[in-house]
Design a protein around this ligand. Structure first.
Ligand code: 2RA
Length: 330
């Protein structure tokens, strides 16, 4: 199958190529696409070099699938053009996520919403994906009423330039600033832009996308999203209040039996998820599972995942795998 990767030279695009290769996605022809300044560069896939082309050239090649990770404005402009040419687009930007006509999919949770008519499918925000992977089985069992989440997000979520800023600052080199402040030896309580309500866009993504993916508008979410000088993945402190009483051992068992989720929770031997351990893994890790003793029916969790993998590339490729298994990729 012909597969285009739009944004192929970025951090997520590069990871998409890696994940397509690792998972042996049936690519017969790869079409890497990037902006004008990257056209003519090469990317590597299955040990071969591929020349980057522009979007127009890619559309003419009529790929069956296009994985997009090139930012919202590129997606708004180009995803419909690919779709009109018959390509199914899985888009990692926020452009289409809350569009009521588009599906927002974490395959383990709601792949069943997809139909052969869906030509632009949205991949959720990284920090949302890892949280709902853990919340969904608990919601089914006890019904989630309210979630209070604080995130500790890796600089890789911003992109290659942010990783460079961190590395340059750490090495004492002159750094080009992607963030308004130094990120090394610092914590920045702002991810994306501020909205009128005082929350950032990233925080509202967690609020809104959670409801859409879990198909329940009654779930109340409040978020504080924070950038930290870390590379391996995003971490989240999550407090959940349930409608119904839960049993802690049963919570553990439910999570242990959830595909894609790994429980790492042994306080006695200081075992808990960390970005260092989640880095380059496809699973979502959960630990520090404990009762919130300040109020009934409430639970505290610590959730970590590699934001470039399950938070972006792996989830997008899993959506493509689902479409392929259904026979919907022409
Ligand atoms: C971040 N959530 O970590 C974003 C990436 N999509 O900045």
């Amino acid at each position: 199958m012909k597969v285009a990767v739009v944004g192929a030279t970025g951090l997520v695009g590069t990871k998409m190529l890696q994940v397509l290769e690792e998972r042996k996605f049936p690519v017969t022809e790869l079409i890497p696409v990037a902006s004008a300044k990257s056209v003519g560069k090469t990317v590597h896939f299955r040990g071969e070099a591929f020349r980057v082309v522009d979007a127009e050239t890619a559309i003419q090649a009529k790929p069956a699938l296009a994985l997009f990770s090139a930012g919202g404005s590129t997606s708004l402009a180009w995803a419909p053009r690919f779709a009109e040419a018959g390509t199914t687009v899985v888009d990692n930007s926020s452009a289409w996520r809350m569009d009521p006509t588009k599906k927002l999919v974490v395959p383990e949770i709601n792949a069943d919403v997809l139909t052969p008519e869906d030509k632009i499918i949205a991949n959720p925000n990284c920090s949302t994906i890892q949280m709902v992977m853990v919340l969904n089985p608990l919601h089914k069992a006890y019904r989630v009423k309210r979630v209070v989440v604080s995130t500790y997000q890796s600089v890789t979520g911003t992109g290659a330039k942010a990783v460079q800023q961190l590395m340059d600052e750490r090495a004492g080199r002159e750094a080009q600033k992607v963030y308004p402040y130094p990120i090394d030896l610092n914590v920045i309580p702002q991810i994306d832009v501020f909205l009128e309500n005082g929350y950032t866009k990233e925080e509202m993504k967690m609020v809104n996308e959670t409801k859409k993916i879990m198909r329940d508008d009654t779930i109340r979410v409040t978020a504080t999203t924070v950038r930290i000088p870390v590379i391996g993945g995003h971490s989240e402190s999550v407090n959940v209040e349930f409608e119904n009483e839960y049993d802690l051992q049963e919570v553990r068992r439910l999570l242990e039996n959830t595909p894609g989720v790994v429980v790492v929770d042994d306080p006695a031997s200081s075992k808990y998820p960390m970005p260092l351990c989640a880095h380059e893994k496809d699973e979502v890790f959960v630990g520090r599972i404990r009762r919130d003793e300040s109020q009934p029916k409430s639970l505290n969790l610590w959730i970590v995942a590699d934001n470039l993998r399950k938070g972006a590339a792996t989830n997008a490729v899993q959506i493509a795998e689902y479409l392929y298994r259904q026979g919907w990729l022409a």
